[in-house]
Design a protein around this ligand. Structure first.
Ligand code: GLY
Length: 417
């Protein structure tokens, strides 16, 4: 996602080291998915360069950072559920390793999640989610409205019931991005602060990229990790362009008071169905309260709109009336990279040397650990781990391996960090 409002804090790792002339790996895109891929590749002894005008940017700058494998389950996403749960299970060790490697905390909180319903229809909807969770063998407990308010006293009296899910946690995506940048730097990853203009192909193999300043980076393997923009890189054979599209999300950030005699404003992530609409409130240990998110199919638009802000505040206010007293500190909008089956595209393409790590849609922060492990293994050994194999780009059709003579993307490209 691209952030569109208040400036972010300066990040480390933006111009580091002398990039090798011919790195083993070029990672196009320096969001959390590109960074974790680069970090894992460097740990495996591969010389690695990240290409991005603003590394540490991307969708994670806007995301709330819910690790919500259970409460964000949808019908038909059972295969994705397995990957989500695997990544969720890795988070404690991943967070500890990354914090050790970077010296930065990533705001991992094992606080659990409460998903609540406001009216009778919302409750019926939530009951269906509960039934699906149980069919999938997931740990989720139905609570009455009163039991929900006992856990979270700021909830409105109109809350009709909810699901307590103690295994859905959170991380702070901005801190995650900062930590990954530092970990990359310390592992010897180099950064080129420029946008990739085109993939280069030589003798039927991806050979790196040309940057928008005209310089070339030749690499043994190239990973496309530019989120929604992965569908638009010039030079990628047309039929190999990943079928990802942008889905806009608007997000608010408020400031909670430090805990009063009555306890914290919220002690865990609260998700809600409010008269058919979906909303979530993610309270961070540092007092930030993230409220999200709209879901809008508007192409590349990242405008923060009065209507989007109104809808989020209207539903959040109905859920937690005391919220209108809190300072509103930021509004933002970004783009989720959505694939046709809502699952990521991980692994090799039919063009030798070109790999994808994109299409993470609603789960980029959650899937960061498992994506790093899968891509690191692929880049170092040529083999994708078993767990990631259902998510290769080949599931959307295998156009063959011939790069020569294929149709190339011709639309003018515009890429944002
Ligand atoms: N996973 C939260 C969102 O996509 O809004």
């Amino acid at each position: 996602m691209r952030r569109t409002s208040t400036p972010r804090t300066a990040l480390a790792g933006q111009e580091s080291g002398a990039a090798p002339a011919h790195p083993d790996v070029a990672v196009v895109g320096g969001g959390v998915i590109g960074l974790v891929t680069a970090w894992r590749a460097a740990q495996r002894g591969l010389s690695t360069t990240v290409l991005d005008p603003e590394p540490g940017g991307g969708a994670a700058r806007v995301a709330a950072g819910m690790l919500a494998a259970v409460t964000e389950l949808h019908y038909g996403e059972e295969a994705l559920l397995g990957l989500n749960l695997a990544s969720s299970a890795r988070y404690p060790d991943f967070a500890a390793e990354l914090e050790e490697a970077s010296g930065q905390e990533i705001g991992y909180r094992s606080c659990g999640t409460l998903a609540v319903a406001l009216d009778a229809d919302d409750r019926a909807h939530l009951r269906q989610l509960h039934a699906l969770q149980r069919r999938c063998g997931l740990d989720s407990q139905w609570l009455t409205g009163r039991e929900c308010r006992r856990l979270e006293p700021m909830l409105a009296p109109s809350v009709r019931g909810g699901l307590r899910v103690d295994g859905d946690h959170q991380a702070d995506p901005r801190r995650l991005a900062t930590a990954l940048l530092l970990a990359c730097e310390r592992s010897g990853v180099t950064f080129r602060r420029a946008a990739a203009a085109a993939l280069t192909v030589k003798d039927g193999r991806a050979s790196g990229v040309t940057l928008d300043d005209g310089t070339r980076v030749e690499a043994g393997q190239t990973v496309l990790a530019t989120g929604s923009w992965a569908s638009r890189l010039e030079g990628v054979p047309h039929e190999l362009l990943p079928p990802v599209r942008p889905v806009k999300g608007q997000v608010l950030r408020l400031r909670m008071p430090s805990s009063s005699a009555y306890g914290p404003f919220l002690s865990r992530t609260v998700r809600a169905i409010v008269r058919g609409g979906h909303i979530y409130l993610v309270p961070r240990a540092n007092g930030e309260l993230v409220i999200g998110a709209t879901s809008e199919e508007l192409g590349w638009d990242t405008t923060v709109t009065a209507g989007g802000v109104y809808e989020l505040l209207r539903d959040a206010h109905e859920l937690t009336p005391g919220l209108t007293e809190l300072p509103l500190i930021e509004t933002s909008a970004g783009l989720r990279p959505a694939s046709p089956d809502n699952a990521p595209l991980l692994g090799p393409t039919a063009l030798p040397g070109l790999h994808l790590a994109t299409g993470h849609y609603r789960n980029g922060v959650l899937l960061t650990p498992v994506t790093g492990d899968a891509m690191g293994e692929l880049l170092a050994t040529g083999e994708l781990p078993e767990q990631a194999r259902p998510f290769t780009p080949a599931r959307f059709g295998d156009p063959g391996t011939e790069a020569a003579g294929v149709v190339f993307a011709s639309e003018p490209q515009e890429r944002s960090a």
